[in-house]
Design a protein around this ligand. Structure first.
Ligand SMILES: [Zn+2]
Length: 435
């Protein structure tokens, strides 16, 4: 057997129930695929061999609700009430963002995320075809969309920039590079659109075979206003207009009712958990344990760096594992293994990638990261999953691979020009906001 890369004597956290943890293992990569995973060494040759007894290999993270272009607003307006935050600070600043500014911010977010173990994104923002191009060259996976919005009585697709970007994404980028990039159809949210938008977007998703991305029941005010306006919750309402007829990613789902949870489970809608963003913006706390108990697929995300000031998932992973224990006075809720599943396999399912990604097994794509456990804060290692969830830090990521390609290794970005990115953020993006 021929390998491009062979890891020897490593610990592998597979997130596969059949054999969850392999110690002193061998993992071989050929092309885009994992071609060997066992505690016995393979026969054959490898172009590169890495013997690393302190390395822990696990699936790369899926950040399933992002606005990567917003990292230019990291720390721009913190600690305000939501309405003031949006109307006084965020929306006026966003109105000044140029294509070059958003592209610089996107590259910055990718650099931060890839170095901290994230390999796939479900993004909703503007200038998304440009982000598709960037993700193609950066080597990561992405499901990309611009969320349809309309405050007029009728939906004028030609007047909605999001619709135009969705068409370009679906035509030029859907399933690019063997499915590494996918176009999603998106509705920004129930409260920023109306039935004509929901029908148009869901018909487009069915016609093109796209997943749907939407913000759902993020705040109590949003939930209550929808019930007052339509006599239905946002989940029931969008379902009535066919929005959940293709695989859907619903961000937040903080204020969904028990009936909504059953509906999300029945329609296989993913409820994205953004614990950091929901806490900082005081939106509330998703009932994650209840959603999982009802059979809903829950995945993990940061939301934007302008909400939670970061694009890395270790913080959210730990938060997801400790938040529900503390608020419901039950230390058995969301065990470390479950939290890890939210960030990996459940994210792959949300993006429609569960056949090839999200766990480590022979035949799956080589989409994984390596953590260097030779660190004071990772010793001793009684339980490798506990150490990953409760003790590991983004800087413990020593390698990030996607589709067999090394994107990041020991402080070096191999597909991104980090000095150029930092320069563009300081000298191109920032002047848009402050200039
Ligand atoms: Zn969002």
């Amino acid at each position: 057997m021929e390998f491009d890369l062979l890891f020897c004597d490593v610990t592998v956290l597979t997130v596969d129930e059949a054999r969850p943890i392999l110690r002193h293992a061998y993992l071989g990569v050929t092309g885009r695929k994992i071609t060997w995973l066992d505690t016995n060494p393979p026969q054959g040759r490898a172009r590169r061999t890495l013997t690393a007894p302190d390395y822990v290999l696990l699936p790369g993270f899926f950040n399933t609700h992002t606005h990567l272009g917003m990292s230019v607003l990291r720390g721009y307006a913190d600690d305000y009430e939501l309405d003031t935050w949006l109307k006084k600070y965020i929306w006026p600043a966003e109105a000044k963002l140029t294509e070059a500014a958003v592209t610089a911010a996107n590259a910055l977010s990718l650099a931060e995320a890839i170095a901290s173990g994230t390999i796939s994104f479900t993004d909703m923002y503007f200038f998304e075809p440009q982000l598709a191009q960037l993700c193609l060259s950066a080597g990561c996976m992405a499901n990309l969309s611009n969320g349809a919005m309309s405050f007029d009585q009728h939906y004028d697709k030609a007047a909605d920039r999001a619709w135009g970007e969705m068409e370009v994404l679906a035509r030029d980028y859907h399933n690019a590079d063997g499915g590494r990039i996918k176009a999603d159809a998106a509705i920004h949210a129930e409260y920023t659109s109306h039935p004509e938008v929901w029908e148009a977007v869901s018909a487009f998703a069915r016609e093109k075979g796209l997943n749907v991305h939407v913000h759902l029941s993020e705040t109590r005010a949003e939930q209550e206003a929808c019930v007052a306006r339509y006599g239905m919750t946002p989940a029931a309402l969008l379902d009535k207009y066919g929005v959940f007829s293709t695989r859907t990613t619903a961000a937040h789902c903080v204020h969904v009712t028990p009936e909504d949870m059953e509906l999300l489970a029945a329609r296989q809608v993913t409820a994205v958990h953004d614990p950091g963003s929901n806490l900082k913006l005081a939106s509330g706390i998703q009932q994650t344990a209840k959603l999982l108990e009802k059979g809903v697929n829950v995945s993990l995300a940061t939301d934007s760096a302008c909400a939670i000031n970061t694009n890395e998932l270790f913080f959210e992973l730990k938060l997801a594992a400790i938040l529900h224990k503390g608020t419901q006075l039950d230390p058995t809720l969301i065990p470390a293994q479950t939290a890890l599943r939210l960030a990996t396999r459940n994210g792959a399912f949300a993006q429609g990638r569960e056949q090839e990604s999200g766990m480590l097994r022979v035949g799956m794509d080589a989409d994984f990261i390596a953590l260097d456990f030779d660190k004071p804060h990772l010793l001793p290692c009684h339980d490798v999953v506990s150490n990953v969830v409760y003790a590991a830090r983004p800087t413990d990521v020593c390698m990030t691979l996607c589709k067999g390609k090394v994107l990041y290794e020991n402080g070096q970005w191999l597909t991104l020009d980090i000095e150029r990115i930092k320069h563009d953020v300081k000298h191109v993006a920032l002047p848009c906001i402050t200039g």
